[in-house]
Design a protein around this ligand. Structure first.
Ligand code: G6P
Length: 369
């Protein structure tokens, strides 16, 4: 097992550090930026269906559901296709309206999650076209889907999902860009610009990982918190949900993710000097609005940990701590802002002496209801 961990104390940390290369593996053979094209056989072969679709319904569970939420923002923004994101467990039991003009994308790392599998069987029985986004090759969901694409993240052993999440987002971004080009919702120069930026992401993830030592010092300060709030807007709202999930899963600290502007409709009541609030406040993407949310937290004496773009000034003045990530185009920021949140959860869990790779009560793959 020590050999499998490749010198890391836990699989989770190894998998966090594998993200630059895992994302490159997701690109491989698909992102051809010299020729300014994206090649995805499962999409090309079914392009007619994708172009005729009224909407895309994404079904998933857990972290994969969060990747689906990020994809909703990306598909709608780039390809102008309406997207709904559903918990597979709700979708399968609520008599959903589905027709043969719908495309269902099932996202699953393991490809074995019982609810997701049942959801796609239901969708198929109603005539929908099912596209699977799985990591495990030959898994049940991959086999049951009409078409699909593998994330190629490599085996993920840690129960708390890390590289599976960022590679799912990477793959879904490639898909959205391919469809945007086919639909003409993006100019060729915009498309090219996105491809060039996408190519820089593995290097920028590497750079985001270099905040590890600083994140550890922040973890030391907040490890004994009883509650924690994660806020983000737009593309980074689902990242806030995922950050909170990671902390809950492995450190057993209660955490909630919220869209930053919703704070005033409830969570603001919880804020006092004991409460750490992690705010994703990268440049662009409603930055000024997030800064004013941070001011509201500050005036209630909450402790602010800002996830900011390198060189940020305004948040630095207000926050107790800032963790920088490199700059990129807005729709790609989730791939970078996720990194410090994974590291923060990891370090807190280790400091609390929890079983990081196999947290209590959780399973890597939930094959029963
Ligand atoms: C379990 C795992 C999570 C995972 C979820 C969905 O709850 O502990 O990490 O996100 O299942 O799994 P899937 O394999 O379908 O992505």
């Amino acid at each position: 097992e020590q050999i499998e961990k490749g010198g890391y104390p836990h699989f989770m940390l190894k998998e966090i550090y594998e993200q630059p290369s895992a994302i490159l593996d997701t690109f491989r053979g698909r992102l051809l930026s010299n020729e300014a094209i994206i090649k995805m056989a499962g999409v090309e072969d079914n392009m007619k269906k994708f172009l005729a679709a009224d909407r895309i319904i994404i079904v998933a569970c857990g972290t994969s559901w969060h990747a689906g939420l990020v994809a909703e923002y990306i598909f709608e923004d780039l390809a102008r296709i309406p997207v709904e994101v559903e918990y597979a467990s709700e979708f399968r039991y609520r008599n959903p309206v589905i027709t043969e003009k719908d495309i269902v994308i099932a996202i699953s790392q393991s490809g074995e999650t019982a609810d997701t599998l049942a959801a796609i069987k239901l969708a198929k029985s109603k005539g929908a076209f099912v596209f699977g986004v799985c990591n495990v090759v030959g898994s049940s969901i991959a086999r049951e889907s009409n078409a699909g694409a593998y994330t190629h993240a490599g085996p993920e052993i840690g129960v708390a999902s890390t590289k599976a999440f960022t590679t799912q987002i990477t793959l879904l971004t490639l898909m959205a860009l391919r469809l945007a080009r086919a639909k003409g919702t993006m100019s060729s120069s915009e498309f090219r610009h996105h491809l060039i930026e996408l190519e820089t992401i593995p290097g920028k993830v590497e750079e985001a990982l270099s905040s590890d030592a600083y994140v550890k010092t922040v973890a030391e300060i907040y490890k004994d918190s009883k509650n924690c709030l994660y806020l983000g807007r737009g593309f980074n709202f689902p990242v806030a949900l995922e950050g909170a999930l990671k902390l809950k899963e492995i450190s057993y600290i209660h955490a909630e993710g919220y869209p930053a502007a919703e704070m005033k409709h409830g969570p603001i009541a919880l804020i006092d000097e004991q409460m750490p609030i992690i705010v994703i406040a990268t440049k662009k993407g409603h930055y000024e609005k997030v800064v004013s949310n941070i001011q509201e937290i500050k005036s209630r004496k909450g402790k602010i940990i800002g996830i900011v773009t390198k060189g940020d000034v305004s948040v630095k003045e207000l926050a107790d701590h800032v963790i920088e990530v490199p700059e990129t185009i807005e729709c790609l920021t989730p791939l970078l802002t996720t990194i410090p949140l994974q590291l923060l959860s990891y370090h807190i869990a280790v400091m609390l002496d929890k079983n990081v790779d196999q947290p209590r009560n959780l399973a890597k793959s939930v094959t029963v209801e």
